[in-house]
Write a protein that binds this ligand. Structure first.
Ligand code: A3P
Length: 310
């Protein structure tokens, strides 16, 4: 790997005093250790009953994990009063495929659920041959960019003044972000979903916010656990939506403190995964020129796909 890295395109963040280098390997940008975990993850043997929760970072992965976990465990736990989500960080309820392969093989949750930020073309071959189901969560790219900016900035403990948004914007537009280029990520999953529509569910963050009920019902049906009329009437669906809402999860002690040992390298504070959850926060950061530039780029990159991202 050391020899390989020397030959790969690389990009180092120029933010003051902080050195974070991303490498482009198999078409996407990431830090060294994540590329290494990706290679290990590619030997995962997916089962036809698996459901893979896929997304680009900052597109609502934490929310999707919480909802999927609650949906699949609702017979075991009363999520209104005694949910494991009240005391467990959602990323510890459902693991990332590219995170800890030994643990994934043990499958501590016993659920057929895994999450990943890998792009479609980097998924283990068994995901495609097993024909398992894929849920893809995506979000307004401009809000993803702002969310990603703050996440990385906080990760390296920089103030807004020391981490100019303009640089993050330029990098992102060049496709440089963890698991980026962002548009390639979305485009690959979208294309695959056109070929095998019955195996894919595309969920849009903004739609889930606007109409949680019908989107969560759709998710439950897709993962093979549809809500019955009785469950809807007795409030099981409503309780899950409420528990997994931003207000509820972000105010839980477990999500306000503690660290996530993601990717085996350093602890990420749980709170970093819960910022504002506001649609349209990008308007507080983008100049007119930036808006025009990224809209043009999105149009270009997504043209002909039929997927509307703005
Ligand atoms: P913001 O930074 O815009 O607030 P991911 O989980 O993929 O890392 O995405 C993180 C984004 O999802 C953050 O967006 C975070 O606040 C938001 N988020 C986290 N939990 C959420 C929830 N339960 N409902 C809605 N949004 C949530």
């Amino acid at each position: 790997m050391k020899e390989l890295y020397k030959t790969l395109p690389q990009h180092t963040y120029s933010w003051s005093l902080v050195i974070v280098t991303l490498y482009k390997y198999q078409g996407f940008w990431n830090a060294q250790h994540i590329h290494e975990n990706t290679i290990l993850a590619q030997s995962y043997e997916a089962q036809p009953s698996d459901v893979l929760l896929c997304s680009c970072p900052k597109s609502g992965t934490t929310w999707l994990k919480a909802l999927s976990f609650a949906i699949l465990t609702r017979e075991k736990f009363n999520h209104a009063s005694a949910s494991p989500l009240l005391t467990t960080f959602p990323h510890d309820c459902i693991l990332f495929l590219e995170n800890r392969l030994e643990k994934i093989k043990e499958n501590p949750s016993g659920l057929p659920l895994l999450a990943t930020h890998l792009r479609y073309s980097s998924l283990p071959k068994s995901v495609i041959t097993s024909n398992c189901k894929i849920v893809y969560m995506y979000r307004n790219i401009k809000d993803v960019l702002v969310s990603y900016y703050h996440f990385v900035r906080e990760l390296v403990s920089l103030s807004v003044e020391d981490a100019p948004f303009e640089e993050a914007f330029d990098d992102f537009c060049q496709g440089i972000s963890s698991f980026g280029p962002h548009w390639d990520h979305i485009r690959e999953y979208w294309k695959a979903s056109q070929e095998r529509p019955d195996r894919f569910l595309f969920l849009k963050y903004e739609d889930l916010k606007k109409d949680a009920s019908s989107n969560v019902k759709q998710l439950a049906k897709f993962v093979g656990c549809p809500f019955s009329v009785e469950e809807e009437k007795s409030g099981v669906l409503g309780n899950i939506i409420k528990l997994c809402s931003f207000d509820s999860l972000s105010n839980l002690e477990v999500n306000k403190s503690g660290k996530y040992q993601a990717y085996g390298i350093f602890g990420l504070e749980h709170r970093l995964f819960f910022r504002k959850a506001k649609d349209g926060d990008w308007e507080n950061y983008f100049t007119d020129e930036m808006k025009e530039k990224i809209d043009k780029l999105i149009d270009e990159k997504m043209s002909g796909t039929g997927l509307v991202l703005k």
